[in-house]
Design a protein around this ligand. Structure first.
Ligand code: TXA
Ligand code: MG
Length: 329
């Protein structure tokens, strides 16, 4: 039986008991909910892969509280990373360093690097301080499904597979952290997120972006997998193709399918008499609502027709990366 628990000293003690005895728990962060286990305990880390059905070559991020000494876990921290940590941590920026090999090798799936994240969510901080251990945690969804942004989403995917879910309400960020490779001369983004390339470059002077294409070695193995997908058919159109999208909507509706548009507020207003899941106005709103609307959509629709918002910079780079993967057949 999975319990969704309000966060207080009792539930935090229970979370600590479970983590220190090799179990897993779900907890909120400012991006999405995580499924956490003690990163020193190989069996516990392996159980995360089993629960999610996660491919065993897709490494996990280790989460620590803000005062944790990460030099226990990693080495060769460059000067630019110290500056970035000062500017953005705690927060939705995951930094990849050379691993010292102190956590279980199952965390990084055999890579010689380790991804470290210091979340800003007050409940995540409290939980991590309580356990005072590095906690390996992927998003708390079944592998390839949409990431969870509420305790109810976690429950829908993992009920009976996890003992407790710490309830922190809705996640404000809505898409996963930016993953940044800090092992080279300059930082390189491996997964776009809420801390943008411009944000990083404003501190370090420059910042690379690694774009995964079929056939090349994935520096962040998660990039090569289908991801973030709702349990219904999904199509993606650009805003310039709105006419075509509408035609498709009518055709499929005529066939008897329940079709919903997924679009930002500007486009939603043009689709007033249609079924629409509106993502909101600003890039921040769209990020916050994206996964919630995809999960809402899969419950009511046979087909979601997503219309990409016009802007494609800043936070929208990360949003478009998730939306494209969600709509990949
Ligand atoms: O916001 C987040 O990052 C959320 C919350 C729970 O913290 N976590 C999350 O974890 O999104 P997950 O497992 O769904 O995604 C982790 C990503 C994957 O793309 C993985 O390939 C990459 O981080 N990653 C982990 N360790 C890495 C490493 N050593 N080198 C390169 N990429 C790594
Ligand atoms: Mg994930």
């Amino acid at each position: 039986m999975t319990k969704i628990l309000y966060v207080d000293d009792n539930s935090l003690s229970e979370a600590k008991r479970i983590i220190t005895s090799g179990g897993v728990i779900a907890f909120p962060t400012e991006t999405v909910y995580g499924l956490g286990a003690n990163a020193f305990d190989s069996q516990a880390v392996n159980s995360i892969f089993a629960i999610k059905g996660r491919p065993n070559d897709n490494p996990l991020i280790v989460h620590v509280h803000k005062d944790y000494d990460i030099t226990e876990l990693v080495s060769d921290i460059p000067e630019y990373a110290v500056k970035l940590a000062k500017a953005f941590l705690p927060g939705p920026l995951t930094m990849v360093y050379k691993s010292k090999g102190t956590v279980s090798s199952a965390v990084s799936c055999g890579l010689d690097t380790l991804a470290i994240r210091i979340p800003s969510h007050p409940i995540a901080q409290r939980f991590l301080e309580y356990v005072n251990l590095p906690v390996a945690a992927p998003s708390a969804n079944i592998s390839r499904h949409v990431s969870p942004t509420s305790a109810e989403h976690v429950y829908a995917d993992l009920k009976d597979k996890v003992e407790i879910i710490l309830d922190g309400g809705r996640c404000s960020g809505g898409i996963e952290s930016t993953v940044l490779d800090c092992t080279g001369e300059i930082p390189v983004i491996l997964r776009s997120g809420l801390v943008t390339r411009e944000d990083i470059a404003s501190v370090t002077g420059n910042c690379g972006l690694f774009e995964y294409r079929e056939g090349i070695v994935a520096r962040s193995p998660g990039m090569k997998y289908k991801h973030y997908s709702p349990d219904c058919k999904t199509l993606l159109f650009s805003v310039n193709e709105l006419g075509e999208a509408l035609k498709h909507y009518e055709e499929e509706t005529k066939k008897g399918l329940k079709v919903y548009f997924l679009a930002d507020e500007t486009v939603s207003l043009k689709l007033k008499d249609k079924n629409v899941l509106s993502l909101g106005k600003t890039a921040e709103d769209i990020a916050t609502n994206l996964y919630e609307k995809l999960r809402e959509g899969e419950k009511v629709a046979d087909l979601i027709i997503a219309v990409a918002p016009e802007s494609a910079d800043g936070i929208m780079v990360g949003v478009m990366n998730r939306l494209t993967k969600a709509c990949k057949s």
